[in-house]
Design a protein. Structure first.
Lengths: 346, 346
DNA sequence: GTTTTGACTGCAATCGATTACATTTATATC
DNA sequence: GATATAAATGTAATCGATTGCAGTCAAAAC
């Protein structure tokens, strides 16, 4: 099967290849009559543009990479969906790369940019170190990279996320408002910036309220269902147990509740639980989960939009120090449902 | 910032560009000494290969497109994860495209192939019509397309999936074994091949057993949580209700259970439910869901592997009629958990 | 009627790596 | 040592579209 090129179209339309190219990508630069002729020739020949050739010539990749830690985690699906909706609108493709994959070279995350495989990077993995990139790039421009739900130590990179401290604070205040005075927490991965931010918000909210919290109420975890289940087991054997618990992810909360169910205990009768994320199933769990909502689709859209502006040079938020614009912080809200209840007198 | 090319490396290493290219892509074709020289030059210059240029010359895209209907649906995340694990191993990138996106041209799904944007297609959307592709391609070769969890009307395309009839059958037999004689079903989208296959399995299993089923026990739906909730409402107002229900997706089952919970009813006390898919949360729902397991990660891996073999020409399963090899059917099994119970005497 | 202007169009170089073919160099054989 | 053979390297064309520059031509201006 012979592949049809601009040449063939040019011959059929009886114009030069230059004209064909222009008729296709900048129609206004070509007379009506010619444009018709070219279009007709395209139809006749069944021509389809070769993106690779175009990209080579234009020095672009036509794609954006999303670096996701563990693609299998459904938390990311809505975010990706939001990203894809904006990118496809703009005619860019979305390359998905699992940064937790065995073969993934963490220090090579930026080769996508250098190798012309991507015009920009969306980082959904906060544990990725961007310093190699910063070092490699000698210019003053910040490379087209946007963090998504995360952010880097290097504040020069743009990011789109929610106010994690505030989210944790809302959770604490909610539990407090229901009468809980013994409030614990199940954490995400120890080295994770999200964990750190939420922990900070949690602790400072408690401090503001005037409550303390023993270390034994701070359960280690990693955002997973299993971590929640394990925390539940630790919680059960505690001498003195918290009556309300802030979970750093919905999955943790589900694991916790599920494990309690196995023990014959239930939520919110035996303990009140607040989650984080508001993934789809949260409102339909039994009981429906009270949780801090992250607008994931919107975060994805926002991040993709920001990246596009970077790529196209419509840089509202460059290295020049405009911190406001660089860091987009979307509002969080607490979805109050039935996994939390007023503390019943024992 | 000047971009480094083979030229630059060639100059530094004092060899020709051809040698540089060979040293990099076919090291065995070059003497040790030269290879060293080239590698050193690469190090000095900080050279990174330009994938676009390579792809243009090699007439390949270096990527595979996954067509997903609604990326936001977590059902797909493990499948994509399986796909990505195999592709990244093979050095191919994964392009994710949402076929339910507003701007998506359903009849143009194959342009990815023609436009050199992808070397192959993984179709996770059974409602996509591949006939335009078949027509466009004049040759006898079947294009590199693999269905994933789905399959097309045109049997010439490869697919990786489970035995959906068998899955439905397992569900029915399980309910029957527990004493249920009134068995209903909540369906997926009406036009979907998966729905059709599962319905067929369901009905034929009932027939085999010698049970009938009134139309009013066949609830319409679309795989979503909301569909499950709606089915529950319909179920409730029935004069005579089925005591066991086969849900065509786990999400349907969750929606159903959640809605029952709102009504003050519960599973399995008031009705037994079997799901389909065994998504991650199924085993941790309250109650844990009895469901037909689809090995999603493996399906993804298998499909990606099959596609790679196609692309590389290692075609064990070509159009020549080897049906066995073309259609990979992975085993299903029933995960018996606590959403089903023996029918209690009323 | 001549010049100016601007809209179209065409020529040919270009993007950066690969590879067929030619040429040189090294090794093996007698 | 001469020849045959194999290995290593270089030359230059190629993949397919884009675009700077220059040329053509008609409408507008004088």
């Amino acid at each position: 099967m012979k592949v049809v090129t601009v040449q063939d179209v040019a011959v059929v339309a009886d114009v030069s290849t230059a004209t064909v190219s222009r008729a296709l990508s900048k129609p206004e630069k070509v007379s009506n009559a010619t444009r018709e002729k070219v279009m007709e020739a395209v139809r006749i020949t069944g021509y389809r543009i070769n993106q690779t050739a175009r990209n080579l010539r234009r020095q672009q990749a036509g794609a954006v990479v999303a670096l996701v830690p563990n693609l299998g985690n459904p938390f990311f699906s809505s975010i990706l969906s939001g990203i894809e909706s904006v990118l496809s609108e703009a005619g860019l493709r979305l390359l998905v790369v699992d940064s937790a994959q065995a073969g993934f070279q963490r220090d090579r995350a930026f080769d996508f940019l250098f190798m012309n495989q991507a015009d920009g990077l969306l980082v959904l993995d906060g544990s990725l170190d961007l310093r190699p990139l910063t070092d490699a790039v000698q210019t003053l421009d910040v490379p087209p990279v946007v963090y998504c739900c995360e952010w880097g130590a290097d504040g020069r990179y743009a990011s789109v996320r929610i106010d994690n401290q505030q989210g944790a604070k809302l959770a604490v205040e909610h539990l407090f408002g229901l009468g809980h005075r013994q409030i614990g927490m199940v954490c995400g991965p120890a080295d994770n910036p999200l964990t750190a931010a939420r922990e900070e918000g949690f602790l400072s909210a408690l401090t503001d309220i005037g409550l303390g919290v023993p270390d034994s109420w701070l359960f280690e975890g990693d955002f997973s269902i299993e971590a929640g289940a394990q925390a539940a087991r630790h919680w059960q054997v505690l001498e003195e147990r918290p009556t309300g618990i802030f979970c750093m992810s919905d999955e943790i909360a589900f694991g916790f509740m599920s494990e309690l169910d196995r023990m014959g205990l239930s939520v919110p009768d035996d303990v009140s639980l607040v989650g984080f994320d508001d993934i789809e199933i949260a409102s339909r769990f039994i009981p429906p989960l009270t949780t801090v909502r992250q607008p994931r689709f919107e975060i994805g859209q926002e991040a993709a939009g920001k990246l596009l502006r970077r790529i196209n040079g419509t840089v509202e938020d460059c290295a020049s120090g405009n911190n406001q614009a660089r860091q987009t912080v979307l509002p969080v809200n607490l979805m109050v449902r039935r996994s939390t209840a007023a503390l019943s007198e024992p």
